[in-house]
Design a protein around this ligand. Structure first.
Ligand SMILES: CC(C)(COP(=O)(O)OP(=O)(O)OC[C@H]1O[C@@H](n2cnc3c(N)ncnc32)[C@H](O)[C@@H]1OP(=O)(O)O)[C@@H](O)C(=O)NCCC(=O)NCCS
Length: 103
């Protein structure tokens, strides 16, 4: 079952890893198009971290396109770290896997 979060700035989804509910799969993160470039992603990511904590996850992962410098800044400031990269067979670009030890 997916947890769906949406507010005036944007949205994101959190799913438990099947058979390993301590691990959160975070995806679908976006800031509304009209609100981008105003620092809203930092706030939205901080909210996601807070919710991961409240939901008592132990670790969280997400993927991000290697060229998405804005999202990588957001992840870095929120305490997430790069874990691995692989070639995306659909796009041919690099997909990165990032993780956060929930604290
Ligand atoms: C990525 C996204 C969430 C960023 O949202 P945003 O509200 O525009 O981001 P912010 O204004 O909070 O900026 C975040 C940081 O990225 C930087 N940034 C913004 N656009 C950038 C770009 N094109 N290149 C490099 N850095 C960029 C900002 O300067 C800021 O850095 P700083 O805090 O060090 O100054 C938004 O563009 C989005 O929803 N994109 C489509 C969906 C998506 O890519 N989601 C991520 C899936 S993993």
């Amino acid at each position: 079952m997916s947890d769906r979060f949406i507010n005036d700035d944007g949205a994101f989804l959190i799913d438990p890893m099947p058979s390993q509910p301590q691990l959160a799969l975070c995806h679908g993160f976006f800031v509304q198009h009209s609100k981008r470039g105003k620092g809203r992603a930092h706030g939205l990511k901080a909210l996601q971290n807070q919710i991961l904590h409240e939901l008592q996850y132990d670790f969280a992962v997400c993927t991000v396109d290697g060229s998405n410098e804005a999202q990588k800044k957001v992840l870095t400031r929120a305490g997430w770290r790069w874990l691995a990269s692989f070639i995306n067979r659909k796009t041919g670009s690099h997909t990165e896997v990032w993780g956060w030890q929930v604290s």
